[in-house]
Design a protein around this ligand. Structure first.
Ligand SMILES: [Zn+2]
Ligand SMILES: [Zn+2]
Length: 189
Protein backbone atom coordinates (compact mmCIF):
# COMPACT_ATOMS: atom_id res chain seq x y z
CA UNK A 1 0.00 0.00 0.00
CA UNK A 2 1.31 3.34 -1.03
CA UNK A 3 0.54 6.96 -0.32
CA UNK A 4 0.58 9.02 -3.50
CA UNK A 5 0.90 12.83 -3.50
CA UNK A 6 -1.31 14.87 -5.82
CA UNK A 7 -1.58 18.55 -6.64
CA UNK A 8 -3.55 20.88 -8.85
CA UNK A 9 -1.80 22.17 -11.92
CA UNK A 10 -0.33 25.29 -10.30
CA UNK A 11 0.62 23.51 -7.05
CA UNK A 12 -1.52 25.70 -4.76
CA UNK A 13 -3.57 22.66 -3.67
CA UNK A 14 -1.53 19.72 -2.39
CA UNK A 15 -2.66 16.49 -0.85
CA UNK A 16 -2.21 12.75 -0.53
CA UNK A 17 -4.11 9.73 -1.75
CA UNK A 18 -3.77 7.04 0.92
CA UNK A 19 -3.55 3.23 0.81
CA UNK A 20 -3.40 3.07 -2.96
CA UNK A 21 -3.36 -0.31 -4.67
CA UNK A 22 -4.95 -1.46 -7.93
CA UNK A 23 -7.46 -3.46 -5.80
CA UNK A 24 -8.37 -0.65 -3.40
CA UNK A 25 -9.88 1.38 -6.19
CA UNK A 26 -10.90 1.35 -9.83
CA UNK A 27 -8.56 2.76 -12.41
CA UNK A 28 -11.09 3.74 -15.07
CA UNK A 29 -11.03 5.41 -18.42
CA UNK A 30 -14.39 7.10 -18.99
CA UNK A 31 -15.66 8.11 -22.42
CA UNK A 32 -18.90 9.78 -21.32
CA UNK A 33 -19.88 13.19 -22.66
CA UNK A 34 -19.98 14.78 -19.22
CA UNK A 35 -16.35 13.86 -18.45
CA UNK A 36 -15.26 15.17 -21.85
CA UNK A 37 -17.30 18.35 -21.34
CA UNK A 38 -15.84 18.87 -17.85
CA UNK A 39 -12.26 18.85 -19.15
CA UNK A 40 -13.17 21.18 -22.00
CA UNK A 41 -15.01 23.49 -19.60
CA UNK A 42 -12.17 23.66 -17.06
CA UNK A 43 -9.10 23.66 -19.32
CA UNK A 44 -10.27 24.47 -22.86
CA UNK A 45 -8.75 21.16 -24.00
CA UNK A 46 -10.95 18.75 -25.94
CA UNK A 47 -9.97 15.14 -25.21
CA UNK A 48 -12.22 14.03 -28.07
CA UNK A 49 -12.54 10.25 -28.18
CA UNK A 50 -9.54 9.62 -25.91
CA UNK A 51 -11.61 9.64 -22.73
CA UNK A 52 -10.65 10.76 -19.25
CA UNK A 53 -8.73 8.75 -16.63
CA UNK A 54 -9.99 8.45 -13.06
CA UNK A 55 -9.09 6.44 -10.00
CA UNK A 56 -12.25 5.70 -8.03
CA UNK A 57 -11.83 5.40 -4.29
CA UNK A 58 -13.56 6.71 -1.14
CA UNK A 59 -13.20 10.30 0.17
CA UNK A 60 -11.61 9.21 3.48
CA UNK A 61 -8.55 8.14 1.45
CA UNK A 62 -7.96 11.74 0.34
CA UNK A 63 -6.22 14.24 2.62
CA UNK A 64 -5.11 17.80 2.00
CA UNK A 65 -1.83 19.29 3.17
CA UNK A 66 -2.30 22.67 1.54
CA UNK A 67 -4.84 24.85 -0.25
CA UNK A 68 -8.08 23.01 0.47
CA UNK A 69 -9.85 26.38 0.58
CA UNK A 70 -9.16 26.68 -3.14
CA UNK A 71 -11.64 23.92 -3.95
CA UNK A 72 -14.62 24.96 -6.01
CA UNK A 73 -17.54 22.81 -7.16
CA UNK A 74 -19.59 22.67 -10.31
CA UNK A 75 -22.16 20.31 -11.73
CA UNK A 76 -23.82 20.13 -15.12
CA UNK A 77 -27.14 19.61 -13.37
CA UNK A 78 -28.06 20.28 -9.72
CA UNK A 79 -28.71 16.64 -8.78
CA UNK A 80 -25.91 15.09 -10.82
CA UNK A 81 -22.27 14.30 -10.16
CA UNK A 82 -20.36 17.04 -8.38
CA UNK A 83 -17.07 18.03 -9.95
CA UNK A 84 -14.54 19.60 -7.60
CA UNK A 85 -12.04 21.88 -9.29
CA UNK A 86 -9.12 24.08 -8.25
CA UNK A 87 -10.21 27.70 -8.37
CA UNK A 88 -6.52 28.78 -8.46
CA UNK A 89 -5.73 27.20 -11.85
CA UNK A 90 -9.14 25.86 -12.90
CA UNK A 91 -8.43 22.15 -13.33
CA UNK A 92 -10.96 19.51 -12.38
CA UNK A 93 -9.60 17.36 -9.55
CA UNK A 94 -12.35 15.08 -8.17
CA UNK A 95 -15.80 13.78 -9.00
CA UNK A 96 -18.26 12.90 -6.27
CA UNK A 97 -21.91 11.98 -5.83
CA UNK A 98 -24.09 14.79 -4.44
CA UNK A 99 -24.40 13.09 -1.04
CA UNK A 100 -21.52 12.27 1.32
CA UNK A 101 -23.43 9.17 2.48
CA UNK A 102 -22.52 7.39 -0.71
CA UNK A 103 -18.74 7.43 -0.34
CA UNK A 104 -17.37 7.62 -3.84
CA UNK A 105 -14.56 9.81 -5.07
CA UNK A 106 -13.05 9.85 -8.54
CA UNK A 107 -9.55 11.33 -8.65
CA UNK A 108 -8.23 12.72 -11.93
CA UNK A 109 -5.11 10.60 -12.41
CA UNK A 110 -3.21 13.25 -14.37
CA UNK A 111 -2.82 15.11 -11.05
CA UNK A 112 -1.08 12.21 -9.30
CA UNK A 113 2.66 12.54 -8.82
CA UNK A 114 3.15 8.89 -9.75
CA UNK A 115 0.58 6.60 -11.37
CA UNK A 116 2.48 3.35 -10.72
CA UNK A 117 0.54 2.44 -7.57
CA UNK A 118 -2.90 2.54 -9.21
CA UNK A 119 -1.85 -0.02 -11.80
CA UNK A 120 -2.96 -0.09 -15.44
CA UNK A 121 -6.47 0.89 -16.55
CA UNK A 122 -8.66 -1.96 -15.34
CA UNK A 123 -11.91 -0.97 -17.03
CA UNK A 124 -13.49 1.39 -19.47
CA UNK A 125 -16.82 3.14 -19.06
CA UNK A 126 -19.23 4.40 -21.72
CA UNK A 127 -17.12 2.92 -24.52
CA UNK A 128 -18.60 4.08 -27.84
CA UNK A 129 -20.01 1.18 -29.88
CA UNK A 130 -20.47 1.00 -33.67
CA UNK A 131 -24.26 1.19 -33.26
CA UNK A 132 -23.94 4.54 -31.51
CA UNK A 133 -24.66 3.22 -28.03
CA UNK A 134 -22.05 2.71 -25.32
CA UNK A 135 -21.08 -0.01 -22.87
CA UNK A 136 -18.80 -0.68 -19.91
CA UNK A 137 -15.92 -3.15 -20.27
CA UNK A 138 -16.23 -4.73 -16.83
CA UNK A 139 -19.56 -3.78 -15.37
CA UNK A 140 -19.37 -6.03 -12.32
CA UNK A 141 -16.05 -4.61 -11.22
CA UNK A 142 -17.02 -1.06 -12.05
CA UNK A 143 -20.21 -1.06 -10.01
CA UNK A 144 -19.50 -3.98 -7.68
CA UNK A 145 -16.27 -2.56 -6.27
CA UNK A 146 -17.70 0.92 -5.98
CA UNK A 147 -20.90 -0.21 -4.27
CA UNK A 148 -19.00 -2.48 -1.91
CA UNK A 149 -16.53 0.22 -0.83
CA UNK A 150 -19.36 2.72 -0.33
CA UNK A 151 -21.35 0.19 1.70
CA UNK A 152 -18.40 -0.58 3.97
CA UNK A 153 -17.76 3.14 4.43
CA UNK A 154 -21.42 3.64 5.37
CA UNK A 155 -21.53 0.79 7.88
CA UNK A 156 -18.24 1.68 9.55
CA UNK A 157 -19.00 5.42 9.61
CA UNK A 158 -15.94 6.14 7.49
CA UNK A 159 -18.18 8.10 5.08
CA UNK A 160 -18.02 10.94 7.64
CA UNK A 161 -14.29 11.32 7.04
CA UNK A 162 -14.56 13.61 4.07
CA UNK A 163 -12.85 16.87 3.19
CA UNK A 164 -15.52 17.62 0.61
CA UNK A 165 -18.76 17.93 2.57
CA UNK A 166 -20.03 19.46 5.75
CA UNK A 167 -21.33 16.31 7.45
CA UNK A 168 -23.87 18.19 9.60
CA UNK A 169 -25.60 19.84 6.65
CA UNK A 170 -24.76 17.29 3.96
CA UNK A 171 -23.68 20.20 1.75
CA UNK A 172 -20.42 20.39 -0.23
CA UNK A 173 -17.70 22.69 1.19
CA UNK A 174 -18.20 25.18 -1.64
CA UNK A 175 -21.35 26.35 -3.36
CA UNK A 176 -22.22 24.28 -6.43
CA UNK A 177 -21.99 26.27 -9.63
CA UNK A 178 -24.20 25.12 -12.52
CA UNK A 179 -22.84 26.33 -15.86
CA UNK A 180 -25.21 28.67 -17.70
CA UNK A 181 -27.04 27.59 -20.89
CA UNK A 182 -24.56 29.78 -22.83
CA UNK A 183 -21.60 27.97 -21.29
CA UNK A 184 -23.24 24.59 -21.81
CA UNK A 185 -23.97 25.35 -25.46
CA UNK A 186 -20.21 25.24 -26.17
CA UNK A 187 -19.82 21.81 -24.59
CA UNK A 188 -20.45 18.30 -25.99
CA UNK A 189 -23.29 17.56 -23.56
ZN1 LIG B 1 -17.60 9.99 -17.37
ZN1 LIG C 1 -4.06 25.39 -8.77
Amino acid sequence: MTDVPFSCQCGEIRGTLHHVTPQNGNHVRCYCNACRAAVLYTTGEDVGTRGVELYQTTPDKISFQQGRGNLGVFSFSPKKLLRFRAICCGVQMFTMLPTPKFALAGVMTNLLEDKTAIGPIAMEAFVPQPDGRSKHSSILRLYGGTMWRALVARITGRWKQTSFFNIKTGQPVAEVYVPTPEERAKLPL
